[in-house]
Design a protein around this ligand. Sequence first.
Ligand code: BES
Ligand code: ZN
Length: 614
Amino acid sequence: MRIQLQLTAMLILMLNSVVLQAAQQDPHSFSQPELMVIDHLDLNLDVDFEHQALAGFVTLNISRLDSDADQLVLDTRDLNIQTVEVKLADNWVKVKHTVGEAQPGLGAPLSITLPKGGVQVKIHYSSQPQASGLQWLTPAQTAGKKYPFLFSQSQAVHARSWVPLQDTPQVRFTYEASIRTPAGLKAVMSAENDPQDQDGEYKFSMPQRIPSYLMAIAVGELRFQAMSERTAVYAEPAMLAAAAAEFEDTEAMMVATEKRFGPYQWGRYDLLILPPSFPFGGMENPRLSFITPTVIAGDKSLVSLIAHELAHSWSGNLVTNASWADLWLNEGFTTYLEDRIIEDIFGERRAAMEAVLGYQSLLDEIETIESPADTRLAIDLQGRDPDDGFSSIAYEKGRWFLTWLEQCFGQQRFDAWLKGYFQRHAFQSIDTHGFLMDLNEHLLMPNPGVVTIQQIRMWIEGEGLPENHLVPKSSAFEPIDNARNSWLAGELAAANINVDQWSTQEWLYFLNNLPLGIGNQRMVKLDQAFELTLVGNNEVAHSWLKLAIQNQYQPAYHRLEQYLIGIGRRKLIVPLYEALMGSENDAEFARRVYQQARPGYHPQAQLTIDKIVN
Ligand code: BES
Ligand code: ZN
C-alpha cells in the first residue's frame, strides 16, 4: 500500500512538472473554448467548381460557458466572410464582426460580437481556391476523366479553410449539412450518407459529437458498392470493383476490434477511394474513411491502412488528442491497434513482418530527425506547425510503448485496461497527462510492482527509445537476410534468389535493407531478374525508386518521373524528392518533374515539396 501511494504521488509530481503545461490551451487555435463552445453546426453550401469555391452559410449553435463573455472567436483561413447574423427573439440580426491579422499556418481569428441571449450565429461566407483543406481536381485528374472532383483534408488545422469554426480538437459538436452539387456529381461527408443519388441536393446528419478535424466532404462521380451490411466503398466507377474486392475484410476487422475493445460507436463504416493526388494514405473521417487508391495492390498486401483508419474509430475519433502535441495518443494507439487487427485477421507472421518494418522506419526517423527533443512522445509544438509532430515518433514509438506495456502486464490485463480507457473517455479529448492518470489508476495501481515509475518516465519524457526496449523479430525475414547477404557476397546470382513466396513485406524488407551504394551493376542484375522498375505495387516501387536515385540507376528514371507525376501521397513522394535534391546530378531532374507534377498535387503536398525543391 505504501509503495503504491508513493508511486501515485511521484507520478502526479512528474506529471505536474513536465507534461501538464502544454495541453490546456491549444496553441493552434484562436478560439476560446473556456468561454463558449459550438454544440452543433449546420452547413448550407453550394459546390462551385467553376470558381473553386464552397459558398453559402453555416449556422452555429453556441453554449455560453462564461456569462460575461460577449465575443465569439472562430478560426478562419483564407475565407471570404460576408455577413454575420445572430438570432435574437426569433429574428436574425446583423452583428459586427472583425477578421484579425493572419498568422502563418494558422489563418486569422474571426471575432463576433454576441449580444446577450444570442446562442445561434449565422455566417455567410465562401472559401477561396487556395483553401489549404480542399483540393479541386479537373476531370483530367480523375479516373473517369469526365467530371471534376473535390475533397477535403481537415486534419490538423485545415477545417478552418472551408468552415469558420472553433478549429481545436478540444471542442466537439454534432452537425447537419445541405450540399448542392452540379448534375452528375454525388456528395459524401463524414456523416450519415445516403447511397442513393439525389437530384443536386445532398443532406447529411452527424448525430455523434466530433472535433472539427473530422469534418470532411467529397464530391465527384461516385458510386456505391456494399461489402457487408454495414461496410461499403464509394469510388469512381472504374475503381469500384477492385476496391471492394481489396477491402472485403473490412467487416471482419470491425468484428475483431469490437470483440477486444468494445462496440463500434458510429453506425456504418464506409470507405471513400480518392484520386491518387490524395496527400495521405488514409484519413479516419468518421463513418467514411478517406483512402488513397495507391494501396489497391490486387493482393490485399497493403490493407493494414484500412485496419489503421478503422482503429481510429476508437483511438482518435472516440478518445481524441486534446492538442496536436498529443498526436501520439491518436496515432500511437492506432498503430498499436492496427497491429492487433492485422494479427487477428492475417495471422502472426504478417503482423510480425509489419512490426519489423515499422520499427525500422522508427530507427530511421530517430537517426535523421533534426532536433533530438522531437524524438519525445509528446513534443512541444508552441509556435510551430502542427505538422512538425507528424513523424514516426508519434506512430511507432507510441505503438512500442503500448506493446511494451502489453508485454509487461500480459495481454488480458492490458486489453481490459484499454477497453476501459475507450469507455471512460468516449467522446472526450485527453492529453498525455490525462492518459497517465488513467493508466496509473486503472493499470499500474491495481497491478503493483510490474513496471517502475522510472520506466514510464523514460517512455514519456525520454528521447529516442529507452534502453532495453523490445526489438521485434520476424522469423519470416531470416531467409530474406540470408538471400540478401549471399547475393551481396557474390555467392548467389540474383536470378537464383528464390522469390516465389515473397509478398510485399518480404520485398520491402529485402530492398530497404540493402546497404548504401550497391552500385549500378547490381541494380541492373536485380532489375533483369525481377523487373522491379515495372513493379505494380506502389510501396515496393517507392523503395526501388529510392534505390535507383541512390545508385543513379538511369533506366528507372522514366518510371520515377511517371510515379512522381501520377501520385500525390506525401509519404511516397517526399522521400523521393529529398533523395533527388540530395544528389547534385538529380536536382535539375527533380525541378523539371516537380514543375510538371506540382499543379496536380494537393496544396499541403505543394507546401511540403516547395520547401524541398526550392
Ligand atoms: N490521421 C492520419 C493522417 C494525418 C495525421 C493527417 C496528422 C494530418 C495530420 C491517418 O490516420 C494516418 O495516420 N495516415 C497514414 C496511414 C498509415 C500510417 C497506415 C498515412 O496517411 O500514411
Ligand atoms: Zn492515423
